[in-house]
Design a protein around this ligand. Structure first.
Ligand code: NAD
Length: 468
């Protein structure tokens, strides 16, 4: 796979410099292709193209803009298999999961935005004021590698529906699926400049976008550390900022829960995409009265997540994304053990090639331990005991993050009471289904703003009141 151009002004054009980024298959450690490493001057060109396109795009009706989203959806829908295989190759997500989530979820989200235009109120009367929602302007979208197409669609689709023009900077580790999105936009004949894509290093392209005077809003998904830097850069021109950042979510299992199901689903959630999921329930909180039983169940469930070739149909646990990520995850496991955690699943032999980490369960973790506080972003689950519901809430909230979480109980009202006290942007009760149009986002250092559904669209709109 080789891509040599950036997408600016409705065309594939040569970037200003000839540097490239090599893309590795984390399962084989082989280089599978290269993409351009564009520079700050390419960002300038892309922002200019977006600014030029904005007035013409913003005056189209929401239904006209939604029709373009529909065309992009049809193109991507025909390429589901290619999307899944591409993400498996560049990220290592097992192909079955990649088909369902890496390809399926973004298509669901894109569909939801193509369908939202007719329902959403872009204007209303409030007393003698005519209140209109107008596009924020030029949006810089900076996205990570863990659910690459989903994270791009969760920004690009609502931004376009709102009437914004976009400059996308995808993650370096997963650029090929981003190229499929740009191909789709091109095929859909979106007006030139409404969507632009510039690949390259975060420190160069991301920084240039976040600080650019021609960008009106930055929508960023990634680590909390980089999110803070983006906020500082964006402040220089008082840009609107939306941040979807890290998480360390708690799975609170109360003493009357269906323990077998709660632990099984909890382990599956923690190890999805090799644990590289911002919403992963990486802290399992279990009452003392059922603690050893839960630890045994978790260890047994983890045993079913043997690492393997992500291209094979039966594989549930692929590699993590890079050698750097693997080293970081293994260092966290060592830190956990040195702080007194008990290894109940993990260790053992691994393939000689590939950035594999075994499915790891650490029991007897203390709430303040490093592995209970830091986002590890690998297949590592910490099991923590508690005495009463009150203590579970305290432990769950003892985190700088607040993205997601779960509560399990035989009594739904009891679960709801606990869920209501968790400081996080979303909570699932008894394994409730993921809702692709529910607001998604964080409390505390997990971010600001919301994605998905009408809440996600709101982010890309600004509100004007006209009195008469
Ligand atoms: P990252 O912060 O390193 O990178 C994210 C994006 O920012 C990439 O495109 C990267 O190139 C760019 N970037 C890197 N340094 C930059 C800089 N100095 N200025 C501007 N841009 C820069 O994160 P990652 O490693 O790609 O992704 C993993 C992180 O993302 C995890 O912390 C995870 O929790 C988080 N995440 C959050 C959500 C969410 O919705 N809350 C979703 C997925 C991932």
């Amino acid at each position: 796979m080789k891509r040599t151009h950036v997408y600016i002004g409705g065309e594939w054009v040569r970037p200003a410099c000839t540097d490239v980024v090599e893309v590795e298959n984390p399962a084989t450690e082989q280089i599978i292709g290269v993409v351009p490493a564009a520079g700050a001057t390419d960002v300038d060109r892309a922002v200019q193209a977006a600014q030029d396109a904005l007035p013409h795009w913003a005056v189209l009706s929401p239904a006209e803009r939604a029709a373009y989203l529909d065309r992009i959806w049809h193109y991507l829908d025909r390429r589901r298999e290619e999307i899944a295989r591409t993400v498996t190759l560049e990220l290592g997500t097992p192909l079955k999961t990649a088909t369902a989530i890496q390809a399926g979820l973004p298509l669901t989200v894109l569909r939801s935005y193509a369908d939202l235009a007719g329902d959403y109120r872009f204007s209303e009367w409030v007393g003698n004021s005519f209140v209109v929602k107008e596009p924020v302007g030029v949006v810089g979208a900076i996205t990570p590698w863990n659910y690459p197409l989903h994270q791009m669609i969760a920004k690009v689709a609502p931004a376009l529906l709102a009437g914004c023009a976009v400059v996308l900077k995808p993650a370096e580790l997963t650029p090929f699926v981003a190229h499929l999105l740009a191909d789709a936009v091109h095929e859909a004949e979106l007006p030139a400049g409404v969507f632009n894509m510039v690949c390259g290093p975060g420190a160069v392209i991301g920084t240039a976008l976040a600080g650019h005077p021609g960008v009106d809003m930055v929508s960023f998904t990634g680590s909390t550390e980089v999110g803070k830097q983006i906020s500082v850069l964006a402040a220089s021109t008082v840009k609107k900022v939306a941040l979807e950042l890290g998480g360390k979510s708690a799975n609170v299992i109360l003493d009357d829960a269906d323990l077998v199901t709660a632990v099984k689903v909890g382990v599956g959630n923690a190890f999805l995409n090799a644990g590289q999921t911002c919403t992963a329930w990486t802290r399992m909180l279990v009452p003392h009265s059922r603690y050893e039983e839960a630890v045994e169940l978790a260890a047994a469930a983890a045993g079913k997540y043997a690492v393997g070739d992500p291209m094979c149909a039966g594989t549930r646990l692929g590699p993590v994304s890079s050698a750097r990520q693997r080293a970081s995850v293994l260092a966290h496991i060592d830190t956990g053990l040195s702080q007194g955690a008990r290894l109940v699943a993990g260790g053992g032999d691994l393939p000689s090639r590939g950035h594999y980490v075994p499915a790891t369960v650490l029991a007897d973790v203390e709430p303040d331990d490093v592995v209970a506080q830091e986002e590890i972003f690998g297949p590592v689950l910490a099991v923590i005991p508690f005495s009463v519901d009150e203590e579970a809430v305290t432990i769950a909230n003892n985190s700088r993050y607040g993205l997601s979480g779960a509560v399990w109980s035989g009594d739904e009202n009891r679960a709801l009471a606990v869920a209501g006290r968790l400081q996080s942007g979303s909570v699932d009760i008894n394994g409730a289904a993921f809702n692709p149009v529910a607001p998604f986002g964080g409390y505390k250092q997990s971010g600001t703003g919301r994605e998905l559904g009408r809440y996600g669209l709101d982010e890309f709109l600004q509100t004007k009141a006209i009195q008469r």
